[in-house]
Design a binder for this molecule. Structure first.
Ligand SMILES: [Zn+2]
Length: 74
């Protein structure tokens, strides 16, 4: 059946800002302490706080007026 299936890709967060995603997640009850964004976490999984993904995440929480619950290394 290769090449004969019809697929539809859903990316509902694609057009939201990071702050809008944080706010939407809070409305939906997302536990952000269970999530990570870091490109370069420590061996025990702590986010670096410096990479692009960490910076974008932290800015998104700040713009949403929220506090990121995860720990960051140095
Ligand atoms: Zn990082």
């Amino acid at each position: 059946m290769q090449g004969r299936q019809r697929l539809r890709i859903h990316a509902p967060l694609q057009h939201l800002t990071k702050a809008q995603i944080v706010t939407l997640g809070h409305e939906l009850g997302v536990d952000y302490s269970l999530t990570t964004s870091c490109y370069d976490p420590s061996p025990d999984g702590v986010s670096c706080g410096h990479c692009d993904a960490c910076q974008l995440r932290l800015r998104g929480f700040a713009e949403a007026g929220a506090t990121d619950p995860i720990a960051y290394g140095s």
